[in-house]
Every structure is written in structure tokens, then in C-alpha cells.
Design a protein around this ligand. Structure first.
Ligand code: PLP
Length: 452
């Protein structure tokens, strides 16, 4: 830290402040965790100085012996941990992993014509018209994934994401009343859409998914079955999701992040069946440039940690805590979407407190609880203000909290929500109206929450 401070004391100060913040606030963000010091140190070192385009033992750069060994170890651990046929550990993030997977699937199942063949000599800066030509040649392939407003991720075909440019993107939703996936409806849609890829996976769905059923739907219409397990990879690794709920045996391609429930460094990874291995290994040049050897080293450490028996206990505890927290929230009078959870996250509805998600998020943050607002399915308040909160238990489980602490957390959340009101604006055209963004918590409740 001293060395960092010598270059820029502001940055050093911010690192210290972030440490203080993460130690003094309850971390309930479903996608966050506390990675181990071993994993952090494997990431923060001289490996960052090495270029190693290609993949293990097949490089376009000299002097890659050590990176070869690191990348090969990470792939080997990943295959062992998940029982996968092939692993690729280079994607820099979950979004990159999905991009690599999309192109690898296109490359494997559809012959991408050489660009010169369709009169495009220079592939950089393709105009809209040239993109359309490429898409036409590819036959406007279709992607069918979970809708963003039902808990899907942006990269699953959201209209403003590149995935919706690469494909004709179609989405399925959860059932409006129950908030649950309706497999019969998904099957009907898959039969109509006939997608190249049927995609399962989520950022904000509180239930497990029947991957066996989803794979039957996909393969029944000739689609590639892809799963994005970014959120719940740790629950798969820890053998909480098994049989029909383990995506690995059923999916052709599985993508993930390594930093959420899996508790490793920030990054992405792909696991796939042999058919897709060759194309997946071409992540560079398809989508990526040079890999990040320091992050691959940290991934290897995190994967090895996940192979230890204690990781299974951690994964089981995440779900036990999540269930206990959801039940305690219900007992406190806070509605929980779908009536509960069977994974690491839940969605709370804050409308009964006359708040929107943004107001609730800011009020809780002021009281020492960090979580994020999230749209509920078919949310009338949209994705910015929202009517919900997404809560996850991975980080507090890493801190070894248990079901008793979950009850305490639910009572703190209830205390804050019950004593918070939207702030009344005093200036501007909307003076006298409640602010949509800010809320005020009674001081006594704030102090009580912070004390606890
Ligand atoms: N896929 C899912 C399901 C996610 O929830 C996320 C991130 O929240 C991503 C992909 C993207 O991961 P990253 O932020 O590492 O790009």
C-alpha cells in the first residue's frame, strides 16, 4: 500500500476506504462475495506483464511456459470440479464469456463465410449495411433467453446489448402470477421461434431451474442448449444443485463468472462439450485479445479452493441462509417474490412500505446495509426506480453467519423499511412532491440499525 501511496495517495486512500466500507456494511449484494487473500495475491503480481495470445501450449508469443502451466491447471481444476468435458478460462468477464460462447456456437453450427466472400475486405468498422449483409449470410440466427425484466441478464438478448445485434433475439418470461418459469410455455415458444440457441440462466430469479427439461426443449427443436450459471456456479460446484438442476450434464455450452457464488477473482469461464471445444478455444481471435495470466492464476487458486470439502458446506450454508432470510422477511411482513427462494438470492417487494426500490436501497445503505434495488417481474416502476430489492447471502455466508443472523438481518431490514418515508422535495418544479430517489429514515431507527 505504501508503494501505491507514493504514486497516488488518493488511490491508496480509496483502497483503504473500500476495505473499511466492506467491513462496516452488511454485504447483501447477490453477485458479490469476499475472495480469499490467496486468490487476491495470485491476481496482484508480475504475471500481468506477460502476453500469451492463443491457449495453453499453443501460443503466438514466446516465453509462455509458466502461463501455459497456470492456464492448464485452471482448466484441469475446472473440469474436475464441474465434471465438464472442456474448460476455457480466458474470458475477462461474464459478458465476454457469453460473447465467446455465442461466436463459438455460430462457428461450430453455422459456417461463417469469409468476409471477402461477401465483399467486405476490411472487417473493422463495419457499417450497419455490412453488418446486415453478414447477418443475412448467417441466416439471421435466433437466440431465445430469459427476458431481462423476468431476471435474465443484459447479454441474453436485451435490445440494447450486442447480443440483440448478433441475433434475432426472442425472450421468454416468468409466469406473471407465480413469478415462476413455465416450461410448457417455453417449449411452445421454442417450437415457434426455432432458435439456434436456447439460453437458461439468470441474474435475478430466486428458484432453481430444471435443466434436464430445458435441454429436452432445446434439443427437441434442434437448438444448442446454453446455460449462463454466472450467479449460481458456486452452488453447482458445491453440489447443492445436482441431477436435473446441475446444468453441466445437460447443456452443450455453460458460461459463468468466477467472482459471485464461486468466490474467485473477477472474470469469466466457459465449460462445454467436446463438439464446441475447438471454437471455444478460439476466444482469441474471435472476441478476445491477450489473456490475463494473473487472473487465470487467481482462477486456478479459487477453483482449487472450491475442490476442498469445506466448499460444499459453504454452498449448502448459502442456501440454508437464503431460505432462513426469506422466511424471516415474510414473518416481518415483507413480501418475497415467488414466496421464497431455493438458491442464493431473493427479491423483496417494498411497495407495501410506500417506497420504491431506489428509496429503499438508499435508506438501507445509510443504515449500514448494502444491497441493490431490482425490478420485480412486470414491474410498473421500471428498471431504474423499481419496486424491489435483490438480496443475496453468499458474502454473509463467507463471513460464517448462520440462520440466527439471518433473522437479525430481516429484523434490521424491516426496522428500516417501517421507519422510512420518501423525502419531500423543497425546491424546483416538483416542490412538495415525494422524491423518487431519496428517502428519510427516522433517526432512532437509523441509530438502532447501525448499532445492531
Ligand atoms: N451473466 C449473468 C447471469 C450475470 O448475472 C452477469 C453479471 O451480473 C453476467 C453474465 C456478466 O458478468 P460480468 O459483469 O463479469 O461481465
Amino acid at each position: 500500500l505504501e508503494q501505491i501511496a507514493q504514486v497516488d495517495s488518493g488511490i491508496a486512500g480509496r483502497i483503504v476506504n473500500e476495505l473499511k466500507d466492506q467491513r462496516t456494511h452488511l454485504k447483501l449484494i447477490a453477485s458479490e462475495n469476499f475472495s480469499s487473500i490467496a486468490s487476491q495475491l495470485a491476481m496482484g503480481n508480475l504475471l500481468t506483464d506477460k502476453y500469451s495470445e492463443g491457449f495453453a501450449y499453443h501460443r503466438f508469443y514466446a516465453g509462455c511456459d509458466n502461463v501455459d502451466a497456470i492456464e492448464a491447471a485452471a482448466c484441469e481444476y475446472a473440469c474436475e470440479l464441474f465434471g465438464a468435458e472442456h474448460a476455457y478460462v480466458q474470458p475477462h468477464s461474464g459478458a465476454d464469456a457469453n460473447l465467446v460462447a455465442y461466436w463459438a456456437i455460430l462457428n461450430t453450427r453455422i459456417q461463417i463465410p469469409a468476409l471477402e466472400e461477401i465483399g467486405i475486405p476490411n472487417p473493422s468498422n463495419l457499417s450497419r449495411q455490412q453488418w446486415d449483409q453478414v447477418r443475412e449470410k448467417l441466416g439471421n440466427q435466433r437466440l431465445l433467453g430469459l427476458d431481462y425484466y423476468s431476471g435474465g441478464h443484459l447479454t441474453h438478448g436485451y435490445r440494447q446489448n450486442i447480443s440483440a445485434q448478433m441475433f434475432d433475439a426472442y425472450t421468454y418470461t416468468v409466469e406473471e402470477k407465480s413469478g415462476l418459469l413455465d416450461y410448457d410455455a417455453i417449449e411452445k415458444m421454442a417450437q415457434e421461434v426455432k432458435p439456434l440457441i436456447l439460453l437458461a440462466g439468470y441474474s435475478a430469479y430466486p428458484r432453481k431451474i430444471d435443466f434436464k427439461r430445458m435441454s429436452e426443449i432445446a434439443h427437441g427443436v434442434g437448438a444448442v442448449f446454453m446455460v449462463d450459471m454466472a450467479h449460481f456456479a458456486g452452488l453447482v460446484a458445491g453440489k447443492v444443485f445436482t441431477g436435473a438442476y446441475d446444468p453441466i450434464p445437460w447443456a452443450d455450452v455453460v458460461t459463468t463468472t468466477t467472482h459471485k457464488t464461486l468466490r474467485g477473482p473477477r472474470g469469466g469461464m466457459i465449460l462445454c462439450k467436446k463438439e464446441f471445444a475447438e471454437s471455444v478455444d478460439k476466444g482469441c481471435p474471435l472476441v478476445l485479445g491477450g489473456p490475463l495470466p494473473h487472473v487465470m492464476a487467481a482462477k486456478a487458486i479459487a477453483l482449487k479452493e472450491a475442490l476442498a470439502p469445506s466448499f460444499k458446506t459453504y454452498a449448502q450454508d448459502i442456501v440454508r441462509n437464503s431460505d432462513a432470510l426469506a422466511k424471516a422477511c415474510l414473518a416481518e411482513g415483507i413480501p418475497v417474490a415467488t414466496g421464497g427462494t431455493d438458491n442464493h438470492l431473493m427479491l423483496l417487494d417494498v411497495r407495501p412500505f410506500d417506497l420504491n426500490g431506489r428509496q429503499a436501497e438508499t435508506a438501507l445503505r445509510e443504515c449500514g446495509v448494502t444491497l441493490n434495488r431490482n425490478a420485480l417481474p412486470f414491474d410498473p416502476n421500471g428498471p431504474w426506480y423499481t419496486s424491489g430489492l435483490r438480496i443475496g447471502t453468499p458474502a454473509v455466508t463467507t463471513l460464517k453467519m448462520g440462520t440466527q443472523e439471518m433473522k437479525e438481518i430481516a429484523s434490521i431490514i424491516a426496522l428500516v423499511l417501517n421507519h422510512t418515508k420518501p423525502m419531500i422535495l423543497t425546491k424546483g418544479a416538483n416542490a412538495g412532491q415525494p422524491s423518487k430517489a431519496k428517502a428519510v429514515t427516522e433517526n432512532t431507527a437509523k441509530q438502532e440499525a447501525q448499532k445492531r
